[in-house]
Design a protein around this ligand. Structure first.
Ligand code: SF4
Ligand code: SF4
Length: 352
């Protein structure tokens, strides 16, 4: 294999020997218990993967702790999943129980398989991103503390994927999650005209607005924003730091429901707006935590086995969803006024 200094090293060199030897020749896998999968190869070889939920932002100490555990039970082999889990890859069956005991002793949660809550995925939040309307890891920690037991058990009707994006430019997966937490701005970007002249490329800035809300202001050698067209996305701020949009008093969180990427039983679905606004209330975001618990409890009590969140809403109807959850239906839920797309949220389809 040619060696280059570009890109990541070839993944093959990091595979456990049992995966290399049985590459492409696996027969089946099964969930032995929450968080523990048994993979069986055609040759009869077996590999266990033990899934541990982790935070997205990890200290060096925590990573070294994971590595020490992997050295002890897995010949040093582990992998990080796209939902911020660590999976310990155990090829010696007799190491599985001792590994689980040590994970329990250390308070590391094993789960996230089958009909469980998957680890919540999230974006950067106040830790890192410039256009965040809410925090990411802070809310996720507060929510996960409350619904932790759904991660370590498999007692839900179907898999439950929750995601958070801290603005609607969205480097998260909130458009296709069972429950989505979305940071929203609610006020116009504030233009610093003097700085726009110095910092920003005006044609690029105008082109950055998805709704065409920005036009030139030749008198000031700057731009102006049409408040009727602005949807507070913050995209202009990404192009021009002289148009900050963060607003501590008005930014907050919206909740969406019913999205999925899976093709099982029904096709993929987009998430729909359920709760238009909840305040940012750090450090524990009690309003967001309560609303999410309610959304999960009502679904868990009423869905049929195997029914994902959006499938359940499709069966009972959007009106019944609002009745069962006790959420008010507001003008913010109607989306058929412009740029109409086929949607059962439209006013004419709504039976109330
Ligand atoms: Fe930044 Fe928006 Fe991504 Fe959050 S979702 S990290 S604010 S681009
Ligand atoms: Fe346009 Fe979004 Fe900026 Fe509003 S916030 S002006 S919609 S780019």
């Amino acid at each position: 294999m040619p060696k280059t200094d570009l890109g990541p090293p070839n993944y093959e060199q990091f595979l456990p020997p049992v995966i290399k030897e049985n590459y492409g020749s696996w027969k089946y896998h099964e969930i032995v218990k929450p968080g523990v999968l048994k993979h069986v190869a055609k040759s009869g070889d077996v590999l266990y993967s033990v899934r541990v939920g982790s935070a997205r932002l990890l200290s060096m100490d925590k990573i070294l702790e994971y590595c020490d555990i992997a050295d002890k039970y897995c010949g040093g082999y582990l992998r990080f999943t796209s939902r911020h889990n660590v999976e310990f890859l155990v090829s010696d069956e007799k190491n599985v129980e001792p590994l689980l005991n040590e994970l329990k002793e250390k308070g590391l949660p094993v789960g996230g398989t089958g009909n469980s809550l998957k680890n919540i995925i999230h974006t950067q939040g106040w830790v890192h991103c410039h256009s965040a309307a809410t925090d990411a890891s802070g809310i996720v920690k507060a929510v996960m503390d409350e619904i932790y037991d759904y991660y370590t058990s498999m007692t839900l009707p179907a898999p439950l994927k929750i995601s958070l994006a801290c603005c609607l430019n969205m480097c998260g997966a909130v458009h296709c999650s069972d429950i989505a937490i979305l940071g929203i701005h609610r006020t116009l970007p504030k233009i610093n005209h003097e700085m726009v002249q110095k910092q920003c490329e005006i044609p690029t800035l105008i082109a950055s607005c998805p709704t065409g809300a920005i036009k030139p202001n030749p008198k000031l050698k700057s731009v102006e924003v049409n408040p009727e067209k602005c949807m507070y996305c913050g995209n202009c701020f990404t192009m021009c730091p002289s148009m900050p949009i963060a607003d501590p008093d008005n930014d907050g969180v919206a909740l969406l429901v019913g999205g999925k990427v899976s093709n099982a039983r029904t096709g993929p679905m987009f998430s729909r707006l359920a709760v238009p606004y909840l305040p940012n209330n750090p450090p524990r975001w009690p309003e967001v935590v309560d609303a999410i618990k309610n959304l999960i409890d009502v679904w868990a009590a009423n869905a049929r086995p195997g029914e994902r969140y959006g499938e359940w809403i499709d069966r009972i109807g959007w009106e019944s969803f609002f009745k069962l959850t006790g959420l008010p239906f507001t003008d913010k839920h109607i989306d058929d006024f412009i740029f109409s797309v086929p949607s059962f949220r439209s006013t004419t389809n709504f039976k109330w």
